[in-house]
Write a protein that binds this ligand. Structure first.
Ligand code: NAG
Ligand code: NAG
Length: 490
């Protein structure tokens, strides 16, 4: 009987000793030559503060081929590069989806990939969106050739519920081999039907043949009103795990409900319902990837976001029975929530009690102090540990209450946490690695992601003048190279 207890004691010692440090980080700087220039910085909604333009990254199940997607610097055409997951250099020919407007989500297969983007419908399409407003669309490529293309908006998708378009994707694409389904969760504005002129989101499931499947209790043609952030991760069966940030009350684990309901992950101070950003909780502009990750061989997930905390709950005027709140801090902190399974929070939901002074006592905070934290991401190493990353501004200026902060970038932090939500060791930071695309599990146990090698600046104008302040002059800079970084499990 002594053996198991000795084993437990040893593994306890190991987990206490393990912590992430700079020696776990491996960098493949400028390893991938891009065929076309990429404008790597995008002005954030409302503030125009600089955000990373997202570069979706995915690895095929056989571990042999990775893909990186990025928007052409012209603003039209999404390029998908085949990447060698050993050298992070280009391999094979690049596919270009010539009408794509955003690299919105990428799934890698052994024989190709699927890309979620948005594009204008062909001229002359009956009941197409006004102007040339794009519509979400899913492409499947096999061995470099288009196998199918499925519109996820426009006249043929849920005409009874109303027709939708997607000027931005703000969402993600996932695939479940067990379910045999793609899931796409993305923001929409309806241009016909009862919700004409209003913004919300869609969750659509698509078979391997490219056919949209309407699944009761999983498919959604509406959902979170003014959705400002999406977290989406595959499950063994639909509904897939999902969370949304809306600009009335907060963030919802809406796997079961697909709406502004389910289990409330957090009260969030939103203030400007019409111009909401919910603090860029899930990355805001060009975010909404690698926020929600499943632990290996487990029903459990980890979700991360940034928040200003919540105090002084009052009845929300829009969502009956729900609460609006005020911010606890002007700066934002990194928070995590552990999910017991795809639709259940391990520590229970946030309070909805009107009059409550504390609106965030359930939140598991990862950071403290006066720094601002943004661009938070999570990935899991195995069944028991997860990697968090975020960016920091040590002395932030935060003139906008529900938006981003600005100031001198003071590093990308990496932190190990357990599947119970416990912080393991301390974080370390670096000034020359960022996270701009999906954090992906590699066959050797590492977690790898893409980024652009540059001097990253989070400085912006203190007034909402719409000008990005960036290296390289008034025009957003471009790059012809991508870099990759990998974290080894300690
Ligand atoms: C930000 O960086 C600039 C240039 O390095 C420096 O002059 C300024 O004092 C810094 N601001 C803060 C708040 O640290
Ligand atoms: C990146 O920063 C680390 C310290 O955070 C430093 O050791 C390394 O030399 C830097 N690399 C480059 C290429 O600047």
């Amino acid at each position: 009987m002594w053996k198991p207890s000795l084993f437990l004691a040893l593994s306890h010692v190991t987990s206490v000793a393990a912590q992430i440090s700079a020696s776990n980080l491996q960098v493949y700087r400028n390893s991938l030559n891009l065929d076309s220039p990429f404008q790597h910085t995008i002005p954030a909604y409302w503030t125009s503060y600089p955000h990373h333009r997202r570069t979706p990254f995915a690895l095929a199940p056989n571990g042999k081929t990775a893909y990186l997607a990025y928007l052409d610097a012209s603003g039209k055409g999404v390029h998908v590069h085949k990447v060698d997951p050993n050298t992070y250099a280009a391999t094979g020919t690049t596919v270009t989806i010539s009408n794509g407007k955003e690299a919105g989500g990428l799934v890698a297969h052994n024989d190709g990939f699927a890309l979620l983007t948005n594009e204008a419908m062909p001229t002359g399409t009956a009941s197409a969106p006004p102007g040339t407003t794009p519509v979400a669309v899913l492409y499947r490529y096999t061995d470099g050739k288009q196998t199918w293309k499925t519109w996820l908006g426009g006249p043929n998708l849920h005409p009874k519920e109303g027709l939708s378009m997607s000027a931005d994707i703000t969402g993600d694409l996932v695939f479940s081999e067990k379910a045999g389904l793609y899931g796409a969760y993305y923001v929409v504005t309806d241009y016909a039907g009862w919700a004409k002129g209003h913004s919300a989101d869609n969750i659509q499931y698509i078979g391997k043949d490219g056919v949209v499947q309407t699944i009761r209790g999983a498919t959604s043609s509406w959902g979170c009103s003014h959705n400002t952030g999406i977290a989406f991760e595959a499950a063994d069966a639909p509904p897939f795990a999902s969370a949304c940030a809306e600009d009335h009350t907060g963030i919802w684990l809406n796997t079961k409900t697909q709406g502004m309901s389910g289990q409330k992950i957090a009260n969030e101070a939103c203030y400007h319902v019409i111009n909401g950003a919910t603090n860029s909780a899930m990355g805001g502009t060009s975010g909404s990837y690698s926020m929600l990750a499943r632990f290996a061989d487990s029903p459990s997930y980890i979700f991360t976001w940034v928040s200003r905390g919540a105090v002084n709950l009052v009845a929300d005027k829009f969502l009956q029975g729900q609460t609006a709140s005020k911010a606890r801090w002007t700066n934002r902190h990194v928070a995590i929530a552990i999910l017991k399974d795809k639709s259940t929070l391990a520590n229970g939901p946030a309070t909805s009690k009107v009059g409550s002074v504390d609106g965030d006592s359930q939140v598991n905070w990862i950071t403290t102090g006066k720094s601002d934290h943004s661009n938070a991401h999570a990935a899991t190493f195995d069944t028991y540990t997860a990697l968090l990353s975020w960016e920091e501004i040590a002395e932030p200026g935060c003139p906008y209450d529900a938006m981003d902060c600005q100031g001198n970038f003071s590093g990308t932090h990496f932190q190990l946490v357990s599947s119970e939500g416990k912080i393991i060791g301390t974080s370390f930071s670096t000034m020359n690695v960022t996270v701009t695309g999906d954090m992906v599990n590699m066959p050797d146990g590492r977690i790898c992601w893409p980024f652009v090698d540059m001097v990253w600046k989070l400085n912006g104008s203190p007034k909402n003048t719409g000008g990005m302040v960036m290296v390289g002059g008034p025009r957003p800079p471009t790059t012809n190279k991508m870099s990759f970084a990998c974290m080894k499990k300690p």
